[in-house]
Design a binder for this molecule. Structure first.
Ligand SMILES: C[S@@+](CC[C@H](N)C(=O)[O-])C[C@H]1O[C@@H](n2cnc3c(N)ncnc32)[C@H](O)[C@@H]1O
Length: 339
């Protein structure tokens, strides 16, 4: 059993590659378009794969069926809730698996070297001649665009769940700034859900998409360590886990200034993970959080945080109180901060 576990761990990166391949071949879209259980030869025909490669396609599908990404009945392959997130008309999360399989592996080989290195940089910096992830994403527009698409697909799903399951969060606010809001896909969802709410998508100047400017959305390029536009509410959706405690305190202080300049009861809405104290349960949720924690540390020098760590961070930035909402979304928690 131990040997199986060891070998499974050694080869499990292949699971990410299989998922990426399914995303690139748009297998979910092909199965959806077929309209029912799709036989192997129909799938091969639909994605224009020659007959001699059907065996490899079947092996790919066997693995993904085993992992519940797709389902299989006698008549053929079916979608599951997992493969549905790759549908181009839905969350379209193919960009997410493409980004993580493309950008992470080259730097991961530096991890053991980093542990023995005397410098304070991140694994990413060691692998990229001292450059930070944000610099490299700016310098390589193709990678930067893939990152933005990956974040947009991921964040759209989270924010769709946020507005549906936590509508009360948006009560009583007239305007909201989505700090680190990328190309603005999340503010579009918020503005569509709450037509009276004025939304601002705020991100680095080379990231924002100015074409989004309209009656309910404004786009502002800037640096959150410098100044955040004033608003009743600030959304920080998967932002703080990219940063060290020291940087998070700086960001949270800037957010505090921004909400204090408009009204008395402003708030900051944090959507991020909470690492539970119990890490020895064998749930996928816990394992995913632990993987995220390690990747945030190695790529950005950030981390996922326990409740105790969130408490220290929030009070350390000068907030008087906060509320953690009961869990109603996968992986992420919602924390509301009051100045
Ligand atoms: C992990 S992504 C968050 C995903 C994002 N909420 C979305 O909707 O796509 C972090 C975001 O923070 C932005 N960011 C990084 N440094 C920043 C800075 N100094 N000021 C403003 N935004 C910054 C990045 O460009 C990126 O879009």
């Amino acid at each position: 059993m131990e040997l199986t576990n060891f070998i499974h761990q050694s080869v499990s990166y292949m699971s990410s590659w299989a998922l990426r391949c399914a995303a690139e071949l748009e297998i979910s879209d092909h199965i959806k378009a077929y309209g029912g259980p799709m036989p192997l030869h129909e799938l091969a025909r639909s994605i224009l794969i020659s007959t001699e490669k059907e065996l490899m396609l079947e092996s790919l599908m066997d693995l993904l069926v085993h992992q519940r990404v797709f389902a299989k009945c006698e008549a053929g392959y079916l979608l599951t809730p997992t493969s549905e997130v790759m549908l181009s008309e839905g969350a379209n999360m193919g960009a997410f698996v493409r980004f993580v399989t493309e950008s992470f592996p080259e730097q991961l080989f530096f991890t053991s070297k980093w542990f023995k290195d005397t410098g304070k940089s991140t694994v990413f910096q060691l692998a990229h001649n001292g450059k930070q992830a944000w610099e490299v994403l700016k310098e390589k527009p193709e990678l930067g665009n893939l990152f933005n698409d990956a974040m947009a697909s991921h964040s759209k799903e989270s924010v769709r769940i946020l507005v549906k399951r936590y509508p009360e969060i948006f009560d009583g606010i007239n305007n909201l700034v989505d700090v680190g809001g990328g190309t603005g896909s999340t503010v579009k969802i918020i503005a569509d859900s709450f037509p009276d709410l004025r939304c601002i998508a705020f991100d680095l100047p080379h990231v924002v998409d100015n074409s989004l400017n309209n009656d309910s959305i404004s786009v502002i390029g800037g640096d959150m360590f410098d100044k955040i536009p004033p608003a009743d509410a600030i959304l920080l959706e998967t932002i703080l886990h990219d940063w060290s405690d020291e940087d998070c305190v700086k960001i949270l202080k800037k957010c505090k200034e921004a909400i204090e300049s408009t009204k008395e009861n402003g708030k900051v809405i944090v959507v991020d993970m909470i690492l539970d104290a119990e890490i020895d349960d064998d749930s996928k949720e816990t394992e995913t959080k632990l993987i995220y924690n390690l990747s945030m540390m190695s790529v950005f020098g950030g981390k996922e945080r326990t409740k105790k760590e969130w408490h220290g961070l929030i009070l350390g930035a000068g907030y008087s109180d906060y509320k953690i909402y009961p869990t109603r979304m996968p992986l992420y928690s919602v924390i509301e901060l009051y100045s």
